[in-house]
Design a protein around this ligand. Structure first.
Ligand SMILES: Cc1ncc(C[n+]2csc(CCOP(=O)(O)OP(=O)(O)O)c2C)c(N)n1
Ligand code: SF4
Length: 465
């Protein structure tokens, strides 16, 4: 129970319309002791004005009524994530996350673990009472082998529910943490040790050293269904057998968290981009209507790069353009398609539901998209595709031997270049032929000889009747 003059705590705790000077914790609850130790450490070290507490969901949920400092209430399991935000936004603050074993060890394990792995600059006080206190004593990851809880009424059976989770030992595998320790509040001697360890966590934050986690074994008489004395004995004896006390790591005297690498300056950025071509901005041209393309086929047939080539040709002409790929899960052989929009004005959406031009390199692609092509539009489909489905009335259908020509030229991979030849030959893009060719060559930037070869193949294919 808090006394009126408790250091670091408010004098009264206005809660549910009442002003009381006692906390909501059950008699003999470790949270009450830990709350007092934390408040004392914060006040005695003169850190109240610098401290941001991140409160959990769990029995520790109301700490914002008690500790006289800044608070953020996090969603269940998210205190370490919220503390990450707080300490990054306020690097000079002393940020302390307060979490139960359900909160940190179960729902919030990954974000606590990742924050520790990143070495975020906050301290985590982790209260392990071996079960979910607030919700009525269910099993937590830290529940002991054989311990009875409301969800393990015959005692935890590791064959069914696994073994107790040792948070300090697991976190001790990480590189970044500066301090990892486990203490207890089961009796006076242990409470004095816990007080020192809590001060240590504050010191590390005060000095900006990095991530610290302090696990505190804590009795929950209510859910242990024990008297206050028996619950303290259970905490000191049974819990400590599973969770031995000790300091797992203390690097607080060392240099601490590495400094971030220097932020690039304007000069270093200029140097970085000096070699790069400056891309000219697109120009508005009301006379150029919007053209929408869909390129579709199997992954590996080059439909995505075909779309990209058309977009690049548009960019060379200073048209507004967007390329929007859609991949199947497989790297090769799965379906792939992309949408390209070319316009004389700013483009609203990169997606194309009703293309003016469809290039389909296989049957599934053809059948999936042919019905979407607008009246007056064009479908270019590889001649190997059986045309079981007819395009809508007013849609121009071109069956083009892209795959066969590429094979005849001895470059089967160039079937997409053959399709580009069709687009150029039939004037489907509204773009200049020379720009389509330049974009094609540019797409082989890393292998210039292939660029020229493809230009030659494109011209040959285009000249075929
Ligand atoms: C997203 C979400 N899931 C579940 C809950 C229900 N819930 C509230 S507290 C809690 C567990 C509390 O246990 P612990 O973190 O060990 O803290 P203690 O109460 O024992 O101090 C759970 C599961 C919740 N509030 N929000
Ligand atoms: S239920 Fe347990 S953890 Fe929660 S306040 Fe009561 S004794 Fe403390």
């Amino acid at each position: 129970m808090a006394t009126v003059e408790q250091k670091g705590m408010y004098k009264v705790f206005p809660r549910s319309g009442k002003k009381v000077s006692f906390t909501h914790y059950c008699p003999g609850c470790g949270h009450g002791i830990i709350n007092k130790l934390i408040a004392e450490a914060c006040a005695e070290m003169g850190l109240q004005d610098r401290t941001i507490f991140v409160d959990p969901v769990g029995c520790g949920v109301f700490t914002y009524y008690y500790w006289d400092a800044a608070h953020i209430s996090a969603a269940h399991g998210r205190a370490s994530a919220a503390a990450t935000g707080a300490c990054r936004a306020r690097p000079d603050a002393v940020t302390i996350a307060y979490q139960g074993d359900g909160d940190l060890g179960a729902i919030g394990f990954n974000n606590a673990f990742q924050a520790a792995s990143r070495g975020e600059k906050f301290g985590c006080i982790f209260v392990n009472n071996s079960l979910y206190g607030m919700t009525g004593g269910q099993m937590a990851p830290t529940t002991l082998d054989g311990e009875k809880t409301t969800t393990t009424p015959f005692g935890r059976d590791p064959a069914l529910t696994g073994w107790p989770l040792h948070v300090c030992e697991v976190f001790n595998q990480l590189k970044a943490p500066v301090y990892i320790a486990r203490v207890s509040v089961a009796d006076t001697r242990r409470i004095m040790q816990a007080k020192q360890a809590i001060r240590k966590v504050f010191e590390i934050q005060r000095d900006g050293k990095g991530y610290a986690i302090l696990e505190i074994l804590s009795p929950c008489p209510t859910n242990f269904k024990m008297s206050v004395e028996k619950a303290a004995d259970f905490c000191a004896n049974e819990m400590e057998k599973e969770f031995p006390l000790g300091v797992f790591r203390d690097e607080s005297k060392d240099a601490g968290r590495p400094e971030s690498r220097p932020v690039p300056t304007a000069a270093s950025c200029a140097e970085l981009f000096a070699e790069k071509t400056v891309i000219p901005a697109a120009e508005d041209d009301p006379s150029f209507g919007e053209k929408r393309f869909k390129f579709a086929g199997y992954g590996g047939q080059g439909v995505l790069s075909l779309g990209l080539t058309v977009a690049e040709a548009a960019r060379l002409e200073r048209r507004h353009t967007l390329w929007f790929p859609s991949y199947g899960p497989e790297q090769r052989g799965g379906s792939a398609n992309c949408s390209v929009v070319v316009s004389g004005k700013a483009i609203g959406s990169p997606t194309v539901e009703h293309p003016d031009v469809l290039v389909a390199m296989n049957q599934p692609a053809y059948e999936r998209f042919v019905g979407d092509v607008v009246k007056g539009g064009t479908v270019i489909v590889d001649e190997t595709v059986p045309v079981n489905v007819q395009p809508s009335e007013g849609v121009n259908l071109v069956r083009w031997p892209a795959i066969r020509m590429a094979e005849e030229f001895g470059v089967p991979k160039a079937a997409n270049t053959m399709m580009l030849a069709a687009l150029k030959k039939f004037g489907c893009t509204g773009l200049k032929g020379e720009n389509l060719e330049s974009a094609l060559v540019a797409s082989f930037k890393k292998k210039p000889e292939l660029g020229e070869k493809n230009r030659e193949l494109l011209r040959q294919a285009e000249s075929r009747s």
